[in-house]
Ligand binder design. Structure first.
Ligand code: DON
Length: 598
């Protein structure tokens, strides 16, 4: 069988791209003085359906399923399994994630409105996990223990999540949806520059695990662009899942994972796998201008802080100010700083701690925090504290409402889904005989109060490790509707930067009226409270703007591009427009009339 080739990356006028901030923080100095600028994404249009993902072959898998008559759920399942094969370093069946499902009223009985549901299939802490499991006898954090190797792995949720959403809303048979992924795994596909870069950064840890070494290296050396990577064990595992998805949790795949864990000092047992259940949750929704913005609720912090920042913007006419105006960047950066300060204290798994979602997303609270922002002077992060509980207690919810892949079908069902194995190549370990690369999601817990995780995020009690608890996430799949109709769906990877990337993509469309290609391409900035720095994308902002922001007290760092967003927008005349971030290698694929790849 021939190996599968995919089109070369479309836009090449940038060189080094960090689509994962964590890698940048932990392995590289991130400062850059070069003047690279990101190119413009390709715009794909279609009337009938659209799939956008981080890899052309994964988008193609979803497109094929739409063409076969599948709906958005079917196509998302096929795309996600394909990602698991062609982008195993970013997400897959050894990890977990979140999805939002949007369904128009005519597709649901007794339903008046466009309905949005959230599914949490994030990894959970094993039953044997303990609060101090990453501390040594002196009580110090054992370096990299939550990042590398079997102890870093949380109980994976991807297979259960995809099966759950398919069971209720899928149209085509489950086994058909895994076929493209099985083909990619058994016939192989060409490794890209991006794949090689990720691999080289994690080569040390991968070489320590014989299974991972066998699959991802040639005698310990990274596969190079153009090499064909075949994953036979994964193909077999996917065939088993195609026949019976439960095998991942109670069958022979579960046994292989549990055996591998026991042999290598990991904590996950058969009981952990058997008890894993995805959780349907109510999305958090709020208003911005005429739009209803719905995003992922805790245990992701994404939705809460996306809404919080939009609320702090409030009625400010950012459009009039201009997107690259220092006033705009300053206001948003100060709002980001406040939001991430609150995140550090209040956000965690709502099944274990009380998360004041309504207060944090209330407009009254946003107005109060907005008053604290001095437009002429940045406030050092040490002076910006999470809200005191008594302050927060005054605010109540005022509104009745509340690798990323985005799929929209002809009926305007939509899946907006972000899933992950956390850091590149997760924990760097593959469960023997399964081909499954396992996550290192345990690092998203606060391993000790105030100790930063891979993304520099700090946390405390609310995000402490507890058995069966879900680590706090920043993943922010979002769906926007107006007057009951779909407006856009979007999301991004990038650790702590996810929230601010999604915020800017949403603002680019809703406030700055960009088309979707411009919206995912436009230069970005990021602030996360701690460390106290404002990161600007190299080449994206004028020197005058950067100087002005410095004058206002911001500690500026220039970084090459981050994030790998994608989005689909429904235009005024009802057409779909999709685009994948030019910082990555993803692709939008339309089906039907005016889809450019029919
Ligand atoms: O859930 C989270 O927030 C992180 N585990 C996401 C990791 C991520 O985006 C990797 N970066 N490119």
């Amino acid at each position: 069988m021939p190996s599968i080739r995919y089109p070369k990356i479309k836009n090449q006028n940038f060189t080094i791209i960090f689509t994962c901030l964590g890698v940048c923080i932990s392995l590289f100095g991130c400062t850059s003085n070069s003047q690279k600028s990101t190119s413009l994404a390709e715009l794909e249009t279609s009337k009938q359906g659209m799939v956008v993902s981080a890899h052309p072959l994964a988008s193609e898998a979803g497109q094929l399923i739409l063409q076969k008559g599948g709906n958005a759920v079917d196509a998302a399942v096929a795309t996600a399994f394909a990602i698991s094969v062609v982008e195993p370093f970013s997400a897959g069946i050894g990890g977990g994630g979140f999805l939002l499902l949007g369904t128009p009223p005519e597709n649901l009985e007794n339903q008046q409105k466009y309905k949005i549901q959230a599914l949490d299939f994030r990894e959970r802490a094993p039953k044997a996990a303990t609060r101090n499991m990453y501390l040594n006898q002196q009580g110090e954090v054992e370096k990299r223990a939550s990042l590398d190797g079997h102890l870093a792995v949380g109980v994976p949720g991807t297979v259960a999540g995809l099966y759950t959403v398919h069971k209720y809303y899928g149209k085509l048979p489950w086994s058909e949806l895994l076929q493209p992924a099985i083909n990619y795994a058994s016939n192989g596909f060409e490794v890209s520059d991006r794949f090689r870069d990720r691999l080289e950064r994690r080569l040390d840890i991968i070489n320590k695990n014989p299974e991972a070494r066998e699959i991802f290296t040639k005698d310990g050396k990274a596969y190079q662009p153009g090499d064909v990577l075949i994953q036979n064990d994964k193909a077999q595992t996917l065939k088993t899942i195609a026949e019976n998805p439960q095998s991942f949790y109670t069958g022979k795949i579960a046994e292989a994972i549990a055996t591998d864990m026991k042999a290598n000092g990991g904590l996950i047992t058969l009981e952990d796998l058997k008890d894993y259940t995805p959780i349907w949750r109510n999305p958090v929704c709020g208003k911005f201008r005429q739009n209803k913005i719905c995003a992922m609720p805790p245990p992701s912090s994404g939705g809460v802080h996306l809404l919080q920042i939009l609320n702090i913007v409030g009625d400010t006419n950012l459009r009039q100010w201009g997107r690259k105006n220092p006033d705009t960047i300053h206001l948003l950066a100060e709002a980001m700083r406040i939001a991430y300060a609150d995140r550090s204290k209040y956000l965690g798994d709502p099944d274990f701690v009380n998360v004041p979602v309504k207060q944090l997303t209330s407009r009254g609270y946003a107005r109060k925090r907005r008053q604290e922002i001095n437009q002429k002077q940045a406030k050092p992060s040490r002076k910006v504290q999470p809200a005191a509980p008594e302050t927060l207690g005054r605010y109540i919810w005022e509104s009745p409402d509340t690798t990323h892949l985005t799929v929209v079908d002809e009926e305007r069902n939509v899946i907006s889904m972000t899933f992950t194995v956390n850091g590149s190549f997760g924990a760097g370990v593959v469960a023997a005989g399964t081909g499954i690369l396992l996550n290192n999601e345990m690092d998203d817990f606060a391993v000790a109060p105030g100790v930063p995780n891979l993304y520099g995020l700090v946390g405390g009690e609310a995000n402490a490790i507890t058995p069966e608890k879900t680590p706090l996430s920043s993943m922010t799949p979002v769906i926007v509707t107006r007057d009951g109709k779909l407006v856009m769906a979007a999301g991004a990877p990038g650790g702590s930067t996810i929230i601010t990337t999604v915020l800017q993509v949403v603002l680019n469309v809703l406030e700055y009226k960009m088309n979707v290609a411009e919206a995912v391409s436009a230069p970005r900035f990021h602030h996360q409270w701690l460390p106290d720095r404002l990161i600007l994308e190299t080449g994206g902002f004028s020197e005058a703007t950067v100087d002005e922001l410095r004058q206002r007290g911001h500690n500026i760092e220039m970084w090459d591009g981050w994030g790998n967003a994608n989005a689909v927008v429904v235009t005024e005349n009802g057409k779909l427009e999709g685009a994948a971030d030019p910082r990555g290698e993803g692709e939008a694929r339309g089906v039907g009339e005016s889809g450019s790849r029919e």
